[in-house]
Structures are given as C-alpha cells and as structure tokens.
Design a protein around this ligand. Sequence first.
Ligand code: NAD
Length: 345
Amino acid sequence: MTNKIKVAVNGYNVIGRRIADAVSAQDDMELIGVAKTKPDYKAKIALEKGYKVYAADEKGKKSFIDAGLECSGLSKDMVAQADIVLDATPDEVGAANKAMYASLGKKAVFQGGEEHEVAGFSFVAQCNYDAARGKQFLRAVSCNTTGLCRSLHAIDESFGISKARVVIARRAADPDESSKGPIDAVVLDPVTIPSHHGPDVNTVLPNIPIVTLAMKIPTTHMHLHSLIISLKQRWATTDKVVEVLSRTPRLMLVSGKKDGFKSTANVVDLAREMNRPRNDLYEAVIWRDSVKVEGDELYFYMGVDQEAIVTPENVDAIRAMFGTMRKEESMKKTDASLDIAPHYG
Ligand code: NAD
C-alpha cells in the first residue's frame, strides 16, 4: 500500500511497546521508530525487531553509544520524520513534549495519564471516532476509562443510563514495577469520593451521570470494576443486557459457572492459552453470570487489563485523526491485526 501514515512512538515501556507492535502490524502505517531514555534489554529487543531506536536526549544518546547499541538520533529527529507521534511517556511528560510536536507541526496522541486539556479531545473509538477527524491532538483515555466508556456507551445507547456508580479495585503496580506497593494493604485511591475515573468518563461521554470510588489492591495484572447502573428504560432484562454486551465490539463475556472463570487470574490465564502476546487482553472482560437486572438497576463485574486495553484505541485514533478510514472499517482492521474476534458471548 502506498502513502502509509508515518508513526513515531515516543516512550517505550508498558504502553509504548504494545502500540509500537500494533502499529507495525498495520499495512497502512509505517513505524518510523521508537524513543527511549535508556539502552536496556527492551532497547536491545526493539533493535532485534528491526525498529529504529532514538534517544530522549543527548545524555541518553551517549549512553546508547557507550553501551554499543545503535541509536538513530534524538526523539526530535524521529518526530521530524513522522506524520504523527504516539506519546507513551510517563504522566505529565507528554504535556511537556507537546511544544515539540506543535513546533514541528505534527499530530500527536497522548495517553490517559495526561489531563484532558493537554489535547482538548479525549477518545474511545466506539464512542467518538468521527469527532476526531482533523484534530492535531487527541488523548486516548486511561485503561479504566476506556473499559467504562465501551460498556457504558453500549448500555446507554440501548437502555439509557440515568446514573452509574462504579467501585474499582485497582492493580497496585504493573508486573515489572518491583519497587511499587502496597504488599499488604488496601489503599483508598483517593480517600475522598469520587475518584478521577468518573469525571474522566465524562470527557468522552458527557451525558452519563457517574460516580466512581477506587482502591488499590496488592495485585499487578488487572483492575476489577463493580458496576451499579440505574437504567432509564424499565423494559431491560438480564438477557437483553447480555445480548447487547455480547454484540458490542471489544467486550469479552466470560462465564464463571459454565467455564470456570472465578477470578482475574483465570482471565489472565485465558490470554496465555490464547497465545496473546504478553498475555494481552485488549477487550474489557465482563462476567456474564454477574449481569443482573433488578427493577431499573443493572449490576455486573468487569475486568480491565491495564497494560493492553488502550492498544486498539491508539491505532484507531491515527486513522480517525487523518480521516483515512470509516470507524467500522478501522476498528475491524485493527481488531483483525490483534486477533480480537468481532463478537463474543
Ligand atoms: P512507563 O513508565 O511504563 O513508560 C514510559 C517510558 O517513557 C519509560 O520507559 C520512561 O523511561 C520513558 N520516558 C520518560 N521520559 C521520556 C522522554 N522524554 N522521551 C522518551 N521516553 C521517555 O509508562 P506507561 O505505563 O507506559 O504509561 C504511559 C502513559 O500511558 C501514561 O500517560 C499512563 O498514565 C498511560 N497509561 C498507562 C497504563 C498502565 O497501566 N501502565 C494504562 C493506560 C494508560
């Protein structure tokens, strides 16, 4: 295919490594390179994959040279060659990088650790793909917000939501963050209510009243949401909700009773058995037998693989911003490249 969109990935760890691999799997995109601060094993593997590796600054470049690793230049050299940058640097570093992207006249996708205002537009593909067209800056919202937007949007479209209340048990750290805790505590995150997730959902879905409470628990692999949703339509039933969720893209329904999914550990194990790279689950996972409608209240549990769920959104964001493909076409293409089945349940 000609006229591929040239994509640079700035920041190459939890999110950056995944979105770089996803971009390189698209036949309408070309991965220009990835930028890193340190010449560690992740840099070596990136070079083995054939990615050009750039350093964040001159000091970093010297450390690459001293380590005998090929360094193609500085991140600004990489950005200069790209049509768009996926910024996957730590929280607030993306905001600091914005001036560089703006001065080079490049489009950029920021991640959920940045404030909504950094891009002025927050994105979840199935909710607001069309509105991204022509934007210079966009924020792919955080993992929890992505999962909530996918499921709440589907329920709101079919049944109307008058109020959503969500309690989130958050993984304390990502699997390679050995320096982080808690080891033996439940940390109220924050002590005050609401947590930031509800207001963040409203950056994508402004019309859904939502309050979220969050706590950190000593696990690394997934977040677990408990949702209580008041519906506008009184004719909703458990079966009808299951049917809507089953045909919503990027949601995966699993069953505790029928298939033995009793915990997030089983879900992570499923990803291993599916031979997903890095055990990644790009789908928000809903326990089918937790779905329950009582009167006008809907309840269910949802798991979010924090490391993987935003991967497809980053790919779709690129096509949405350049207007090269319609929403359904882009989502289908992205899903096929990541081995996400179109429907579950
Ligand atoms: P991370 O800390 O794992 O990776 C960021 C990488 O960027 C690190 O390797 C760091 O050394 C590097 N870096 C720092 N400054 C840099 C610079 N100036 N230029 C190039 N590289 C630089 O962070 P992450 O978990 O991948 O998160 C990235 C973004 O994605 C954040 O906004 C975060 O909030 C968001 N996010 C994270 C998760 C998650 O669970 N980890 C989920 C969804 C969204």
